[in-house]
Design a protein around this ligand. Structure first.
Ligand code: NAD
Length: 373
């Protein structure tokens, strides 16, 4: 859902609920045709690497609206281990060759693509053609053209598409979005977003391989900075300038190491972001005309915390968050699928970031010139 229609959707929702509570008693849902315990939707994870193993599969154990019903892996050894651990049927185990036959499996409603970036488009399109709803990890694709093809394939096959933007389900991040929407401290003047980690020395890692990753820190972590600047302003950037710094030409011969960029927003806000595979940073700072907000850390799985300031005085603490973002993200999508409501982190939302990334790389290629988005 575009940011604007998402906003009006939220407004409509709150107006609607307000109207109910004042004028009418809440409707008796039990009296309507809503089943008491709707069926949990089955999710198949495609790619059983780190993120699937350590975050998504455990989150699916506590999810209320979906569960882990299938796996797709190229590693034979993982099949029996995962089946035993999560009680997955043998018939719900696929590899990359027989993946398309998932079409006839009624236990699998949603396919979650957790593969190296270059495989996102192919597997999303194959899942859509198999008639399955799709969650695809970030970055949704290698570029906007691929992202658009994924959206088109999902539309053509009547399935929903969502991107793994878990932070939209973190309460403190939602608070930053609200500050952008309600503007209690006036217009947004400046956003600083940083997301970086030190990648280690495994030169075979797919993240260092251009063909598999599509780029370096920008694709993996910079996308969090772009997201942050977009949701902290509630606006789409109109232009970008980007600069790259490289200190390790061996490790980062194929992909970007450290990139800094500035974006202009239509309301007059300006952002500055840094991402890197060679240092640590995890912060979002938003400066409003009469205040500020800080999230630090800003992108962790748990523990996001911060403060809100009026002028320079802290007026509110954004308490440490321990919610399970992935569980909320997948449950939210499952409910949306069941009720026919598009994801708040839709394919279109992913595409907006891909357009920024395309422009960022165009700016880098021109030595940092201003590029319109
Ligand atoms: P990973 O390397 O741990 O796992 C990748 C999986 O893909 C492995 O199981 C691997 O066997 C499989 N694979 C299939 N074909 C491959 C090939 N040709 N080369 C390499 N691996 C291949 O990676 P990960 O950290 O789990 O990341 C997977 C995706 O999830 C990435 O797109 C990443 O950006 C995304 N991710 C998102 C978050 C988040 O917070 N939303 C966090 C981590 C990763």
């Amino acid at each position: 859902m575009p940011q604007n229609s998402r906003r009006s959707f939220l407004k409509d929702l709150s107006v609607g609920l307000g109207a109910f509570s004042i004028a009418n008693p809440l409707p008796d849902l039990a009296a309507e045709a809503v089943p008491k315990t709707p069926r949990k939707l089955g999710i198949a994870l495609v790619g059983l690497g780190n993120y699937s193993t350590k975050q998504l599969a455990p989150a699916l154990e506590s999810a209320t609206d979906c569960y882990l019903s299938g796996i797709v892996t190229g590693t034979k050894d993982k099949e029996s281990v995962w089946r035993a651990k999560y009680g997955i049927k043998k018939a719900n185990t696929y590899n990359y060759e027989n993946f398309d036959s998932i079409a006839s499996n009624d236990d699998i409603d949603i396919v979650y693509i957790v593969l190296p970036n270059s495989m996102h488009a192919e597997y999303t399109i194959r899942a859509a053609k198999a008639g399955k709803h799709v969650i695809c990890e970030k970055p949704m694709a290698l570029n906007a053209a691929e992202g658009q093809a994924m959206i088109d394939a999902c539309k053509a096959n009547g399935v929903m598409l969502s991107i793994g933007y878990r932070l939209h389900f973190d309460p403190n991040t939602i608070e930053i979005m609200k500050l952008a929407e309600e503007r209690p401290y006036g217009p947004i003047k400046y956003v600083q977003s940083e997301a970086a980690f030190a990648i280690g020395n495994n030169l075979d890692a797919w993240r260092l391989n251009r063909e598999l990753a599509g780029g370096g820190a920008v694709m993996d972590m910079g996308i969090y900075c772009i997201q942050a600047a977009r949701y902290a302003t509630g606006e789409e950037p109109i232009a970008i300038r980007a600069q790259e710094t490289k200190t390790d030409w061996g490790k980062f011969k194929e992909v970007d190491e450290t990139v800094t960029w500035q974006m202009e927003f239509p309301g007059g806000a300006y952002s500055n972001s840094t991402t890197s595979y060679n240092l640590r940073a995890n912060r979002l700072y938003v400066s409003y005309a009469q205040g500020a907000a800080l999230l630090e850390p800003a992108t962790k799985y748990t523990g996001i915390k911060g403060r809100v300031f009026r002028g320079q005085n802290p007026v509110r603490t954004l308490e440490v968050q321990t919610v399970n973002q992935q569980e909320r993200q997948m449950d939210g999508f499952a409910r949306g699928v069941r009720e026919g409501i598009p994801s708040i982190v839709s394919g279109e939302e992913g595409l907006r970031d891909m357009k920024v990334i395309d422009a960022l790389y165009r700016s880098l290629a021109t030595g940092g010139k201003r590029v319109e988005i």
